[in-house]
Design a protein around this ligand. Sequence first.
Ligand SMILES: C[S@@+](CC[C@H](N)C(=O)[O-])C[C@H]1O[C@@H](n2cnc3c(N)ncnc32)[C@H](O)[C@@H]1O
Length: 396
Amino acid sequence: MNRCSFATRLANAYHKRPRGHRFTSSSPSLSLSLTTDLVNRLSRVDSSSAPDLDHAWAELRWLTEHVLRRRTVKCWRPASQVPPALLSDRAVLVATIDGDGRGNDAGHSRVDPFSEAEKARLQRMVDDRVVRNKPLQYVLGSQPFAGIEVRCKPPILVPRWETEEWTMRLLALIEDHISTSVARSFSILDLCSGTSCISLALAFNVSRRFPDLNLSVTAVDTEPRAIALGLTTRRHLDLPETVRYNALQASVFDAGLKDRLKPLALDGVFDLVVSNPPYVTLAEWAELEPVVKDWEDRKALVGKVDPGNSSSSSSTLSHEADIAAGVGYYPAIARIAKSVLREKTNESLCPKLVVEIGGDHQTQGVSQILREELGGNVSVWTDLAGHQRCVVSNDS
Ligand SMILES: C[S@@+](CC[C@H](N)C(=O)[O-])C[C@H]1O[C@@H](n2cnc3c(N)ncnc32)[C@H](O)[C@@H]1O
C-alpha cells in the first residue's frame, strides 16, 4: 500500500460519505432558513472535495438528535424516544430547527421545535465542524462500534471502521469457540486499548450471548485519558455482574507488565490477546490530513522502535529505521502474549493473538515476529477495502 492511499484511508474515517446531488438555491421551502445555512456550511467541511449535500443533511440530523438527547421535560415525546426515521424526514428536521411549526407532525409522532438556546447549541456544534475542523465523533462525544456506543474525546483515537470490522469477525470466532467448549470462563487482554472499543464491544456481545459465562476483559494503555474514557463507556454499558472490566495504565514496553496482568485474568492466564497498536511511520504521518494531525494523539498513531532494541529516538530515524519503527510495537506485544496466554491442549476455534496492521507492507514483518515468538500458524485477515488488516496467531 502506498503512503498516499494510507493517508487517505485514515482521513476517510471522517469522510466516508456517499456522493449526492448538489444544493441549488432554488430548492423549494428551504431558502434563507437556519437549516439551509447550516446544511450549506456542513457541506463544505471537507474542503478538499466538492460540497456534499446529502452528507451535510445526515450530519445535521445527527447533531440535531444530539441536541434533542439533552431534553428532559420540554419535549412532547421523550427525546430518547424520537424515532431516528422521524428526523430523517427533511421537512421534520427543518421544522424542528427553524421552529416554524410546519412539518413536525408525522403521523402520531411529533418533535417540539428548538428553543433559542438549542439553536445556539446546534450552531456551536456546526462551528466546531466547519471552523475548527473537529471530527464529528468528538463533537457528538461518541461513536457506534459493534453494537455499543463508545465515548470519544480528543485526543484519544476515534475507532475506525476497519477495527470494527475485524472485531465483529473475531466475535463470531469467540462465540463458536465458547459454544463448543466446556470452560465457563474466558479472559481477554487488549493492549494499546485507546477507547477500549475492542475489549468492551467483545465483552458486551459475548455476555449477551452467554449470560452464564464468567468473562474478564483487561484494557492496557499508557494514556490516562484513554483509561478514563474506557471507564466512562463501561459505566454506561449495561454489563452483567459476570463481566469484569479492568483498565490498566501501563506501557507494553514495561518489563514487569506480565506480572501485573496475570492476576487480572480469571485463571491467571488469558485466552485471547488483541491489539491495535501505533503503526504509522514518520513518512506516513507527514502526509496525513490536518483533521487527523490536529485532533488525534500522535503517540496513538506513530510506531516506534522497541526501546529495548535501539537507542534511536523516533524523531531522528533513517528511512529504513522509520519503516522498521512502523512495526516496533509488535515484538513487545508478541512477548507479552506468549507470557500470559493459556497453554492450549486442544485445537481452538478462536485465535490466540490478533493484531491490526497498517496494510500489506507490514504483513510479512509482523507475521515473522508472531511466528518466532508464538509458533503455531499465522494467518492474515483482509478488510472490506481489500487491504491486509490483521495478522492472526492460531494454535495450529
Ligand atoms: C492506534 S491506537 C488504538 C486504540 C484502540 N485500540 C482502537 O482500536 O481504536 C493506539 C493506542 O496505543 C496507546 N499506546 C501508545 N504507546 C503505548 C504503549 N507503549 N503501551 C500501551 N499503549 C500505548 C495509545 O495511547 C493509543 O491509545
